[in-house]
Ligand binder design. Structure first.
Ligand code: ZN
Length: 301
């Protein structure tokens, strides 16, 4: 019962924070304050009453258009709200099961709640980065770098919680488990960021132009800190696959072919960060299951 209530609460909170993220996504690129003025139509400037600001419902009721000027509000609004709502619900659903061990101490409970909040921030950041890169080809440092730091803290916290919940069944002392988690997170951060820098450098040597942005390197470092090296590699694999499919689809569309200056498809600017972020969500949600299935298939375990 607590689990269901907690999940519903997290979903509603996620819708609200998704709604706030929409304000950020519209105003950050314009360098506007997200606090003031109050929510208004981006087209006619009319300040919105509260009932035109209800996540999802208002958009559905108004069929995605401003009530007075009929300007198209866009798909991004309901999509972002839904994405954050669903991801937060899943994060809460999974965390509550861990926190409800019969003889869990108060410290374990607090730790689980903090870890759950950390994961919610992680998913919120990934949704933000996915849409910022898609709309503006922009991955701000002030999102990716603190995101990487938070990932490191949560990796350590998660290791402490795990060894406490295992108690005397734990295979190794808490100190060793924490050190292992910290090193794993740091290694993921450095290796993933470094890999993108290496690819960027090779691309530069071959084509004498920028292929991958520095923002993508920092985003991968953030994914490495959160997911560890194997999980982040999975995220990158998923992201590159999705990006390639998107590139092929664009290539197949006749009107896209004449777009670029030299007529080559390599010039089409694809938001790699968007695909990496989606890969990060996939790996965050199902990474452990996918990786263990892969290892079984490969006969390594
Ligand atoms: Zn309007």
């Amino acid at each position: 019962m607590i689990r269901v209530l907690g999940t519903v609460f997290a979903a509603l909170l996620g819708l609200a924070f998704g709604s706030f993220l929409n304000v950020c996504l519209s105003r950050w690129p314009q360098d506007e304050s997200v606090a003031a003025p109050r929510s208004h139509c981006r087209s006619c400037g009319r300040t919105l009453p509260w009932w035109e600001n209800v996540p999802l419902l208002s958009w559905l009721a108004l069929r995605g258009r401003c009530r007075s000027c009929k300007a198209w509000i866009g798909w991004r609004y309901p999509l972002v709200e839904l994405a954050v709502g669903v991801l937060w619900a899943v994060a809460a659903w999974r965390s509550v099961s861990g926190a409800l061990i019969p003889d869990a101490s108060l410290a374990t409970l607090y730790g689980s709640v903090m870890l759950c909040v950390g994961q919610m921030i992680f998913y919120w950041l990934l949704v933000a980065l996915a849409f910022l890169d898609a709309e503006n080809l922009w991955l701000p440092n002030w999102l990716t770098l603190p995101g990487a730091g938070l990932g490191f803290v949560c990796a350590v916290l998660s290791a402490i919680l795990r060894s406490h919940s295992l108690g005397n069944d734990a295979l190794e002392p808490v100190r060793v488990a924490v050190a292992r988690a910290a090193i794993g997170s740091l290694l993921g951060m450095v290796a993933c960021g470094g890999l993108i820098l290496l690819i960027r450098w090779i691309f530069w040597l071959v084509r004498k132009q920028e292929g991958i942005g520095l923002g993508d390197a920092k985003l991968m470092a953030m994914l490495g800190a959160w997911l560890g090296l194997p999980g982040a590699m999975l995220a990158m694999f998923v992201g590159v696959m999705l990006g390639s499919v998107a590139a092929l689809v664009l290539l197949a569309l006749p009107r896209m072919r004449g777009r670029s200056d030299d007529g080559s498809w390599a010039m089409i600017k694809l938001p790699l960060g968007t695909f990496l972020s989606i890969g990060g969500v996939v790996s965050g949600l199902w990474g452990e299951r996918i990786l263990s299935a892969y290892l079984r298939l490969a006969g390594w375990s």
